[in-house]
Ligand binder design. Structure first.
Ligand SMILES: [Mn+2]
Length: 409
């Protein structure tokens, strides 16, 4: 059945002709509900015919691209014709971010509600970031740790927001990968997956999966809508980086259906003392050369803090590149951020990590890891990453110097 399955790198414009028109397909739009009741009230007081207010949100039909409709029917055929039935394991990358969590939640819903499949969501690492922990808690996302599951209980594996061979997802090797949904650049190994939908242009994997769910006319709950909204907000930095009109339309559609109180709780969670300790350490270990700012965190209790620090450092005035590194178990993790929208942070990260490492990313942000070369040599490994990055950015690594924020007493 792999014949005829294509890997969709390009975005298809979709059915745009219906924009602004009201359709009766699928769940009704709360915005339009308000508009209709306003018209009804007006009709009671005023005998003139109701005025149709201009529609500010795209309709359902317009939000589902032609490509998604086509791929959904391919998926349906594959699901009905596959030789083996059985339980699905949906895995995100090891340390899932909101996009991975929302995409997993929605794919679970699609398989469960749309095709009566049995599904378990799982990840291999840690959910470190307080916001992401809060998201799982507040939205009640049923997520298992891979190590607590027996792979023998599953017959199918789906990967969301990651692909086979990227090194950021510890999938059980005994299970064949049957489904991949992702928006990172296409990896070679993905070509042997029976069904893969990889769309680099999309701002979030959750957008891709959300389109399938809508195309299948499955109504999402408030918590699922909230998950998509939070995924899109964080993944596109409130639409300030790579995204499509498609992402925006989906965002508006789901925002009207989301739980704003839950969103508030997710965005401003309580932070652990450990978090503040790492933050303090990060600010005491700054190095800089020209527009590059670096911080080495050393051993961290969870790897998610590394990208969080990189995000923060990129906001320092005068800096356009930020690198943070941290050590967890036997790996040195690195996160790279840039303000340069034309940069290729993902490919730069792969060059930075070299053959021994694993990593990738998008245009302006990337992450990955290298194994610690020998016991206890993590300091050298962290320092070397900064020196190599300086060189790759054509900056003089000799000039990489400490940045003391406070005057020494
Ligand atoms: Mn993503």
């Amino acid at each position: 059945m792999s014949q005829g399955i294509s890997w969709s790198l390009a975005f298809s414009g979709g059915v745009r002709g219906l924009e602004g028109a009201h359709t009766s397909q699928g769940p009704s739009c709360p915005d339009h509900e308000t508009e209709r009741s306003a018209n009804r009230n007006r009709a009671r007081a005023d005998p003139r015919p109701p005025v149709l207010l201009p529609c500010s949100c795209a309709t359902l039909a317009a939000m589902i691209s032609a490509l998604t409709r086509e791929r959904l029917s391919e998926l349906e055929t594959w699901l009905s014709e596959r030789p083996k039935k059985g339980r699905w394991l949906i895995v995100t990358h090891d340390n899932p971010d909101p996009d991975a969590l929302a995409a997993a939640l929605l794919l679970g819903k699609l398989l469960r509600t749309g095709y009566r499949e049995k599904v378990t969501l799982a990840h291999g690492g840690l959910i470190g970031r307080a916001e992401n922990q809060e998201m799982v808690k507040v939205l009640n996302i049923p997520l298992s740790r891979l190590r607590s599951l027996n792979p023998k209980n599953y017959q199918h594996l789906a990967m969301v927001d990651c692909q086979p061979g990227t090194g950021n997802s510890s999938v059980p090797p005994s299970l064949p990968v049957d489904l991949v949904f992702d928006h990172h650049p296409l990896r070679k190994q993905t070509s042997s997956v029976p069904f893969a939908d990889v769309r680099v242009g999309y701002g979030a994997t959750a957008s891709i999966v959300a389109e399938y769910v809508l195309a299948k006319s499955i109504e999402l709950t408030k918590r699922e809508a909230t998950a998509v909204v939070y995924a899109l907000r964080t993944e596109t930095l409130d639409f300030s980086r790579e995204s499509l009109g498609q992402d925006r339309d989906l965002y508006h559609y789901f925002h009207a259906r989301a739980d704003n109180r839950a969103l508030g709780r997710i965005q401003y969670p309580r932070l652990s003392v450990d978090y503040f300790a790492t933050l303090s350490l990060a600010l005491r270990n700054l190095e800089t050369v020209d527009s590059l700012i670096v911080s080495h965190l050393g051993p961290v209790s969870q790897p998610d803090i590394v990208p969080e620090i990189a995000d923060l450092l990129l906001r320092m005035e005068g800096k356009t590149w930020a690198l943070s590194t941290g050590v967890h178990e036997d790996r040195v993790y690195a996160s790279l951020r840039t303000t340069n929208s034309r940069a290729h942070a993902g490919s730069l990260m792969r060059r930075l990590l070299g053959r021994r490492g694993r990593g990738g990313g998008h245009g302006v942000l990337a992450g990955g890891w290298v194994p610690i070369p020998a016991k206890g040599e993590w300091q050298e490994a962290e320092a070397e990453l900064a020196v190599r990055l300086a060189r790759l950015l054509r900056k003089d690594p000799e000039k990489l110097a400490r940045l003391d924020l406070l005057p020494t007493l």
